[in-house]
Design a protein around this ligand. Structure first.
Ligand code: NAD
Length: 297
């Protein structure tokens, strides 16, 4: 298969006949990506540590008439990323589309001087090292066939700051730099490497949306798009990047965040847009604030 952007049409399935491997493939965004790729004609390898959710995602791909392989493994362990790519290749002959959706903050938020090397290493392994490993394993085949798509997962926090999470942000920013350099390096071989930087998407590893109805009116203040994202909102961007449609997009990080990064410090209150919100809860009796759900304390 060649890099066929010039001759592609856009009215059919976007990834027909492709073989996709999705890490973190049973997560909120990963599973939505598996379903989107299957809806558009790809067979899918779902790689994740959660056996129950892997089984569900495999069934969802198969229900769409596509083949699926579930691999339950811990991708932070040495050898597992190469093994997953090998199992995918044994089952389907190749990997055309690699989606590295695995990434986590690991709830390690604390002042940097209170962090330690074990924590840095855990964040490195779950956010960056397996991406090197999966890319390293799939690139020779992609180069040989003259076609490939790699989509990495960054975060708005790799672009802006996240206080008390400096090592996490460093690895997400590193993913953007890796994506840019590798994207340029392999563009001439018909391979596209891009990334998606996410924010405010309902997922297993975050609880910011789990607040109760009385906080619903705050959501349009926090997120310009006025709601939290579902996995499908982000999977749509991945599908584009996985298809012929991204043929002229090289080494980019696409921000999919409902507008939080663009808004910067601006907030849409019911009265007006402001960059000086009064965060009065921090000036109340601490006991009042302590009674609120954790994400808004
Ligand atoms: N949800 C958001 O708002 C948000 C914000 C910023 C960045 N992201 C990024 O988006 C990507 C997708 O995450 P999500 O939001 O779908 O989260 P999620 O928690 O729903 O999915 C993560 C998946 O990774 C799996 N996993 C965890 N540890 C693993 C391991 N060691 N080996 C294999 N699998 C493992 C989990 O079982 C889970 O299914 C991540 O890279 C994340 O950093 C998400």
């Amino acid at each position: 298969m060649t890099d066929a952007t010039a001759t592609a049409t856009w009215n059919g399935p976007l990834v027909a006949g492709r073989i996709a491997l999705v890490t973190g493939g049973a997560g909120a965004i990963g599973a939505a990506t598996c379903r989107a790729l299957a809806d558009h004609g790809a067979d899918v390898v779902v790689v994740d540590i959660d056996a129950g959710r892997v089984a569900t995602t495999v069934a969802e791909v198969e229900a769409r008439g596509r083949k699926a392989l579930g691999i339950v493994t811990d991708l932070t362990l040495d050898g597992t990323a190469d093994d997953a790519v090998q199992q995918a290749t044994d089952a389907f002959g190749r990997v055309d589309i690699l989606v590295n959706a695995l990434g986590e903050h690991l709830a390690l938020a604390r002042p940097f001087e209170e962090t330690d090397e074990a924590g840095w290493d855990a964040l490195y392994r779950i956010n960056l090292l397996h991406v090197f490993r999966t890319c390293h394993a799939v690139l020779p085949g992609m180069k040989q066939r003259g076609w490939g798509r790699i989509i990495n997962f960054s975060s708005v926090e790799g672009i802006r700051a996240m206080p008390n999470a400096a090592p996490y942000t460093a690895f997400k920013a590193a993913l953007d730099a890796f994506t840019k350099s590798l994207g340029v390096e392999v563009a001439g071989a018909g391979i596209r490497v891009n990334a998606v930087a996410v924010d405010k998407t309902k997922a297993h590893q975050v609880n910011f949306y789990d607040l109760g109805e009385e906080y619903d009116r705050h959501v349009p203040v926090w997120i310009p798009a006025g709601r939290y994202a579902e996995g499908e909102d982000v999977a749509a961007v991945v599908l584009f990047l996985a298809s012929e449609m991204s043929g002229w997009v090289v080494g980019q990080t696409i921000v999919a965040d409902g507008g939080t990064l663009s808004a910067g410090g601006w907030y849409r209150t019911p009265a007006k847009w402001t960059n000086s919100p009064l965060l009065v809860q921090y000036f109340e009796d601490p006991a009042i604030n302590a009674s609120r759900p954790r994400p808004v304390q």
